[in-house]
Design a protein around this ligand. Structure first.
Ligand SMILES: Cc1cc2nc3c(=O)[nH]c(=O)nc-3n(C[C@H](O)[C@H](O)[C@H](O)COP(=O)(O)OP(=O)(O)OC[C@H]3O[C@@H](n4cnc5c(N)ncnc54)[C@H](O)[C@@H]3O)c2cc1C
Length: 236
C-alpha cells in the first residue's frame, strides 16, 4: 500500500486567524473586531502582511492554526523520523495491542531502489514473508505480540494521526522537502504541503527547503535546487 495522507481537520480560516492574531500585537482593537477587519481585507493585503510577518521573524502567530493529518502505509523507518518533530502531537497504531499481518501479507514498504529490480524485489519479499511467518509462529506458541514484533522488519507499515501547527509545518517542510532528506518522508511532506496549501493558501504560498524560500543552507548541497514551488510540488 503506498503512503496515503489525508487532512482530517484544521483550524477554520487559518490564513485570517493568523493575520488577526498578529495584528493584535500592533492594534488597540479587540480580537473580535480584528477578525472582522481582517476578513474584509483583500487576499493581496493579507498575503503582504503574512509575508512580512514571516520575513521579520515574528513567527509565533502561526502557532494558532493547527492541521491534523491521518496517514497510513508509512513505514516505521519514516515514522521514526516524523516523530522526532517534538512540536507535533502523535497517535500511532500500537504493535503491542494490534496484531500485525492480518491481511496475510507482509505489510512492508518497498523502496523504489528495490522494487525497480526483480532480483532485489524477490530477495526483499522473501525475507519480509519469512519475518511475518516467524512472527506468526511465535504468537501461536504464546509469545506476546509486543515481543514477537521484534522480528518484524523496520519497513513495516504503520498508521498515525498527528497534528502540527503552521509554524511547525513551515519548519517541517524546510527540513523534509529538501532533496537531502530521506525519500519516503519527502513524499509524505509533499503530500502534506499540497493539502495545507489548499486549506491555507496564503500561509503556505511559499514553503519548503531553503533553495525555494531563499538560498540553500545545506552543508553538502544536492546541486539540483528546485526552480520554484511548482517544481517542488510536481516532483513524484
Ligand atoms: C536530512 C536530515 C538528516 C538527519 N539525520 C539525523 C541523524 O543522523 N541522526 C539523528 O539523530 N537525527 C537526524 N535527523 C533528525 C534531526 O536531528 C531532528 O531531530 C529532526 O529533524 C527534528 O528537527 P527539530 O529538532 O529541528 O524539530 P522539532 O522537534 O520539530 O522542533 C522545532 C524547533 O523547536 C525548537 N525546539 C524543539 N525542542 C527544543 C528543545 N528541547 N530545546 C531547544 N529548542 C527546541 C528548535 O528550534 C526546533 O528546530 C536528521 C534530520 C534531517 C532533516
Amino acid at each position: 500500500m503506498p503512503c496515503n495522507v489525508i487532512l482530517l481537520e484544521h483550524t477554520p480560516r487559518p490564513d485570517g486567524l493568523v493575520a488577526a492574531a498578529a495584528r493584535m500585537c500592533y492594534s488597540d482593537m479587540g480580537a473580535r473586531e480584528l477578525v472582522a477587519r481582517v476578513a474584509e481585507e483583500t487576499d493581496e493585503a493579507r498575503e503582504r502582511f503574512l509575508a512580512g510577518l514571516w520575513k521579520s521573524g515574528h513567527h509565533s502567530p502561526l502557532e494558532h492554526a493547527s492541521f491534523t493529518f491521518g496517514v497510513d502505509g508509512l513505514s516505521r523507518v519514516a515514522s521514526h523520523q516524523l516523530v522526532r518533530h517534538r512540536m507535533a502531537s502523535f497517535s500511532q497504531q500500537s504493535q503491542r495491542y494490534v496484531k500485525m499481518g492480518q491481511s496475510g501479507d507482509a505489510a512492508v514498504v518497498t523502496p523504489p531502489s528495490i522494487s525497480s529490480n526483480q532480483r532485489t524485489l524477490d530477495i526483499f519479499r522473501r525475507q519480509a514473508e519469512a519475518s511475518l511467518a516467524a512472527y506468526e509462529e511465535l504468537c501461536k506458541i504464546g509469545v506476546p505480540a509486543e515481543d514477537a514484533r521484534f522480528i518484524l522488519p523496520h519497513g513495516w507499515e504503520t498508521r498515525l494521526v498527528f497534528t502540527m501547527n503552521a509554524r511547525e509545518l513551515q519548519h517541517f517542510f524546510a527540513l523534509r522537502l529538501c532533496r537531502r532528506a530521506q525519500w519516503e518522508i519527502q513524499n509524505l511532506a509533499r503530500q502534506m504541503l499540497k493539502l495545507v496549501r489548499a486549506a491555507a493558501p496564503l500561509l503556505f504560498r511559499v514553503s519548503g527547503p531553503s533553495c525555494v524560500t531563499g538560498t540553500c543552507s545545506e552543508v553538502h548541497p544536492c546541486g539540483r535546487r528546485y526552480a520554484d514551488m511548482e517544481d517542488l510540488l510536481s516532483q513524484k
